[in-house]
Design a binder for this molecule. Structure first.
Ligand code: ADP
Ligand code: MG
Length: 405
């Protein structure tokens, strides 16, 4: 532990007799995988989440069961933890500010606040010189009336609290737009022009307090009903849509976006690749991301390892992908027999008999349709081998995917 004390010297001086503890706001699956990575390196962990059965709370050394804005809970987390991160982006910014007064917090409240608000996020992208979809902010009836018709057909998205396609309505006419805005409660929204997508990809970077930054190559993502379904992490030229020049452009854009807010920690930026080959930024997540879960089995350091390093002030060595990989998201739907409410266990025996399959389940007590229950990483010697195994796993699980052909 002395090494860790040296990395967080303030903590060592204050409490020389205790192990170093890393704290995380939120107890979901991302928190759980962060906790596992932290524990592997000898850190103790503390999770704040109101749910007694939260996936991360159940595996952490300490679980503070409190609401995210609960003063006493935040004080307890700060008391337990030497540095604190967040695992979900809707953690209230005031909670992070409160914690930051007491302990190092990464990413910072300001970066999280930008990622929480689509309008601020787009303004940040523009300020970094990274093109995003043509859009308009709609906060008032006047702004609604003044919307440029060129933005239709478009997607109306609530500026805050949307995720996995929630809080979004596709609109083609002004009337439908007005109806959709009122239907969303007249809350601040962003209307985005509907773009012709050839593909979607994302880039994950990790940036340390000293400004050093490392990245993974872009991965290609397929969404179904607004939720990530499949991530392919093959050498760039194998994916077909993302050539080396586009990959470089996406990495450079992600680095500029992280740099521009003095970001500390793991950041994921999602992009659209348009039919004409242009790259357009969609959104960013101030944390490890679902599209980076393949790194757990296909890279010498996972995105969670990098988050631990960034938070603890350890060096960020560039990660290396040692195997082509593909990830299948496992949603709660898999636990239900087709067209019925009867729960069943997916056929893990058959899936795990396939070579190069790595099953990750998040320990969620209850399966619900659309709920992220786990993911299956598939690695192999070649992209073809990985795809063949993925096709077979998808068949066994009853999953369909355009990326698998
Ligand atoms: P969320 O925060 O729920 O992930 P996104 O803004 O990423 O919301 O949208 C979810 C998905 O909807 C995207 O991954 C993409 O497939 C589709 N989508 C979103 N915006 C656009 C757009 N402007 N044009 C075309 N498709 C879009
Ligand atoms: Mg998204």
């Amino acid at each position: 532990m002395t090494v860790h004390h040296a990395l967080l010297p303030g903590a060592a001086a204050e409490r020389p007799s205790r192990e170093i503890t890393l704290g995380v706001m939120g107890g979901g699956q991302l928190g759980r995988m962060f906790v596992h990575a932290a524990q592997q390196m000898g850190f103790f962990t503390a999770v704040l989440d109101p749910d007694a059965d939260s996936p991360a709370g159940r595996v952490s050394h300490h679980h503070v069961r409190a609401a995210y804005l609960d003063e006493a809970g935040l004080a307890q987390l700060a008391q337990l933890a030497d540095a604190i991160t967040t695992e979900f982006e809707n953690v209230p910014a005031p909670a992070l500010e409160r914690l930051a007064a007491l302990r190092p917090v990464a990413p910072g409240a300001q970066a999280v606040a930008i990622a929480q608000d689509r309008a601020k996020e787009k303004a940040h992208f523009v300020a970094c010189g990274v093109p995003c979809a043509p859009h308009a902010v709609i906060e008032t009836a006047q702004q609604l009336a003044a919307v440029d018709a060129a933005l239709l057909p478009g997607i109306l998205k609530t500026a805050r609290l949307g995720y996995d396609g929630k809080g979004q309505v596709r609109v083609t006419t002004r009337e439908a737009l007005a109806e959709a805005w009122h239907g969303l409660g007249g809350v601040p929204c962003v209307l985005e022009q509907m773009l012709p997508l050839a593909a979607e990809c994302s880039v994950i970077v990790a940036r340390g307090r000293d400004g050093a930054m490392v990245h993974y190559a872009p991965q290609v993502n397929e969404h179904q009903n607004g939720i990530l379904a499949v991530t392919q992490a093959f050498p760039v030229d194998d994916a077909g849509v993302i050539d080396a020049a586009l990959a470089d452009q996406a990495v450079a854009a992600t680095r500029a976006i992280a740099e521009g807010i003095g970001y500390v920690g793991v950041l994921c930026v999602e992009f659209f690749v348009l039919e004409d080959g242009r790259l357009v930024v969609n959104e960013m997540a101030p944390r490890p991301h679902n599209s980076g879960h393949y790194t757990m089995d296909a890279c010498d350091q996972s995105q969670f390892d990098l988050q631990v390093r960034a938070l603890a002030g350890l060096p960020l060595a560039p990660p290396r992908q040692h195997s082509p990989a593909l990830m299948l998201n496992l949603l709660g739907d898999l636990w239900f027999a087709a067209g019925s409410d009867t729960q069943q266990s997916p056929p893990w025996d058959a899936v795990l008999a396939l070579p190069g399959t790595h099953l990750h389940l998040y320990g969620k007590v209850e399966a619900r349709r659309g709920r992220k229950m786990g993911h299956l990483n598939i690695t192999g010697a070649t992209p073809e081998a990985v795809r063949a195994t993925a096709r077979e796993a998808a068949r066994l699980l009853g999953l369909t995917s355009a990326s698998l052909g």
